[in-house]
Design a protein around this ligand. Sequence first.
Ligand code: NI
Length: 389
Amino acid sequence: MTARRAVAGAPSFDLVGVRRDLHRHPELSMAEHRTAKVVEGHLRSFGLRPRRLAGTGVVADVAGGGPGRTILLRADTDALPVQEVAGRPHGSVNPGVMHACGHDGHTACLLGAAERLAARPPERGRVRLCFQPGEEGADGARAMVRAGALRAPVPDAAAGLHLWIHLPAGKVAVLDGPCMAAVDRFEIRVRGKGGHAAYPQEARDPVVIAAHLVTALQTLVSRRTDARDAAVVTVGRLSAGTAFNVIPSEAVLEGTVRTYREATRRRIAREMRTLAASAARAFGARAEVAYEFQLPPTVNDPGLAELAREAAAEVVGRRNVVAAEPSMGGEDVGVLFGRNPGVFAFLGCANRRRGIVHGHHHPSFDVDEAALPLGRDLLEGIARRFLAS
Ligand code: NI
């Protein structure tokens, strides 16, 4: 029995052990040096030939038995500048760095899928395993694309998943259409005229103008965006002045805009410029807007989403494939979708009974490891179904 199991390729890869090892050794965006080595080591042990891209990115192809389409499976590998709560058995040994978003789990799931696919390659087509660095605001997906992750051959589809604390472990949600928002950043510089706090009539107070702008910017959502179309404008930083009795000459507002639709995104950017310039002019000052379009929305292809739900039903049972709300959070997986259909699944990882309830990026964030084999099977199942379809 033992010999037969070994011949059949009995699981040797320790999914939970690998996740714990990665969790203990988190690395910041684009500095995932150890992580990349760990990933390469496992891929080689599965008989695959990993390639390094963009410094700490790793890619490996599993070629099927015959020609066919290619699907890219993606995991992100980076951690966050967060100090993990103390006293955890597999807690981070790197002070101030923590896998507080579940990317350690994503990496383990994709390695698990890689093992299965390498042991029994699909009949036709090809699976590209893509371990992407720098998801947390470091533009890692774009770096991977520039380095050739989408070339030779060009993938026909892409899939990824995110461990999702908003769903209990054992549940999977795959949305149709937008599931994560576009992420943009803006900075508005209000240039007024400084002076003595007691003589505002001789100055052009940029603080008052900035205060007007903070509230006026909200109307880009509340009065200019269709109530059925989600958008968020947040001013996260507001800075001006050096003393209580001095009117400064400048104020700076910095913030983010989140949207699902490209048209809404472009309109808000355009109207923000008009609004800031006009409001400042009305108060006798000037305003400059620097607007950066950072990440596209993550939009699931309905056909591929349906295929992913079928794959999920096989893994967790049909009644555990549930609905979920799209998130206004951002993701750069959409960059790896390129122009092809892509799908991004939410893999439940909460466990109320065990206190695994803290949100992503929280110092107490954790995942129920029971979700890991489900994530592995889901990625494998999506790839096999796509290549067989
Ligand atoms: Ni994340």
